[in-house]
Design a protein around this ligand. Structure first.
Ligand SMILES: Cc1cc2nc3c(=O)[nH]c(=O)nc-3n(C[C@H](O)[C@H](O)[C@H](O)COP(=O)(O)O)c2cc1C
Length: 415
């Protein structure tokens, strides 16, 4: 959907269908920080980090994914928001994230089968299909096929978390339906082999997503943003693909959401890091732009695309191609004030590293570790350090994860 002739600058304001206004079109995309405290809540480190982003000039901030169930975690150190969670640290978090005039939308997620085996807890999926990652497959738990009551429980949890986010002062929520997490597992025919109302035809595979959206929309205020992050494709043979993504976007438009963010891939096919499992090549920058452009042409919904955007010229290319919002993740870990910098110097380019080891799984983990290291530094009010060694950083990250896993298991009585 193209709004008007002034829509061509990433630095121009944008108004969402619900009337919410963002001061510019650059959105800090979700990055799970693994910085939750011992109570799985945000603390001063996250407050500092989000203040740095908001004061750094982005139009809006999507939080790292917040878990809807303390027993189903994408990683140790994650933040959890459930029906009875104390809202005071979440209120402080929201106010820091809004301190520089940005909107803040909480991304809410259930990992489904993408749970590390050593985390124990619940490993749920539409069908009991485990991740296939060669010699790394054992890193993940064996999923249990969900019952009808498991499905209803998950829907209710998404709704409870969204209502809590609104009470805490967030400007909206984004439902994570991408990257191979639970809702994406329902959407993909590879992981959803059910023959009931939740599997088979696309309307059935999309039912859980649409139920979550409908129930949230029924209960939140009209000006509270409800968005969805969706894969433009899974980039796996036989997986959820562009044609289906287009149809799901149509269904979401009918439900009256405010925007759809397009990404791609999963642990099995890390397209969001620019690499695919089915051999399809992505753009070197703005990986999903071709797909986002095609989807934007087929919908009235505002579209955001995320992946590989680091230069102002690329952000400009995005908003001139159809999508209205530009999602940036890693670059904002290395330069949280990137938008302020672009206000004065459009040629400014962020120095950030991707790791190109032969073992793609380890390279992906090392790239993520380098980014999360910067987030922790920003949380301590220190500046980013782009030249850290990927090997040492990955090692330190693994040690930290082991420590946090112990803390998590103990706190939740799983050890
Ligand atoms: C450390 C890290 C954590 C991430 N966590 C999330 C997350 O919680 N939710 C999500 O939707 N995407 C997550 N992503 C993916 C990003 O939102 C984004 O789609 C991807 O990094 C590509 O964008 P970029 O090239 O600007 O980094 C994460 C990426 C990184 C590097």
């Amino acid at each position: 959907m193209s709004q008007d002739s002034t829509a061509s600058s990433p630095l121009s304001a944008f108004i969402l269908p619900n009337g919410q206004s963002v001061k510019n079109r650059i959105v800090k995309a979700s990055m799970e920080e693994g910085m939750g405290d011992a109570n799985q809540a945000p603390d001063q480190n996250l407050f500092n980090l989000y203040r740095a982003w908001s004061e750094g000039g982005v139009g809006a901030i999507l939080t790292g994914n917040v878990m809807i169930d303390r027993l189903a975690m994408t990683r140790p150190g994650g933040v959890v928001l459930e029906k009875d969670t104390d809202l005071s640290p979440f209120k402080t978090w929201a106010s820091h994230a809004q301190s520089g005039g940005s909107k803040v939308w909480m991304q809410i997620n259930h990992p489904g089968r993408q749970v590390f085996a050593n985390m124990k807890g619940k490993v749920l999926s539409p069908s009991s299909v485990a991740l296939k990652m060669g010699k790394h497959s054992k890193l993940f738990g064996q999923p249990k096929a969900m019952t009808e009551s498991d499905i209803n429980d998950v829907i209710q949890r998404f709704v409870d978390t969204a209502l809590q986010a609104e009470k805490a002062g967030f400007d909206g929520v984004q439902i994570h339906a991408a990257h191979g997490y639970l809702i994406a597992q329902f959407l993909s025919p590879l992981t959803n082999q059910r023959d009931d109302d939740w599997g088979g035809a696309l309307e059935n595979r999309a039912r859980i997503l649409l139920s979550v959206v409908q129930q949230i929309k029924q209960q939140v205020s009209a000006d509270f943003t409800v968005a969805v992050k969706l894969n433009s494709a899974d980039f796996q043979r036989g997986g959820f693909d562009l044609g289906e993504a287009k149809q799901v976007v149509k269904m979401l438009q009918q439900e009256g959401i405010d925007f759809v963010e397009l990404s791609g891939g999963s642990y099995e096919s890390p397209a969001m890091q620019g690499k695919t499992a089915d051999g399809r090549t992505l753009e070197r920058e703005a990986y999903f732009l071709k797909f986002a452009k095609e989807i934007a042409e087929s919908t009235q919904l505002p579209v955001m695309t995320t992946g590989g955007i680091r230069r102002f010229a690329t952000a400009e290319q995005v908003v001139n191609s159809g999508p209205e919002l530009v999602g940036i993740a890693s670059a904002l870990a290395f330069a949280p004030d990137l938008v302020n910098k672009w206000q004065h110097d459009k040629a400014f380019v962020v120095e950030n590293k991707t790791v190109t080891w032969k073992d793609k799984t380890l390279a992906g983990l090392a790239t993520m570790a380098l980014v999360t290291r910067q987030l922790r530094r920003l949380g301590k009010n220190k500046s980013p350090k782009p030249n850290d060694s990927p090997f040492v950083t990955l090692l330190l990250e693994q040690l930290r994860k082991a420590k946090l896993t112990k803390r998590y298991l103990k706190r939740n009585g799983l050890n």
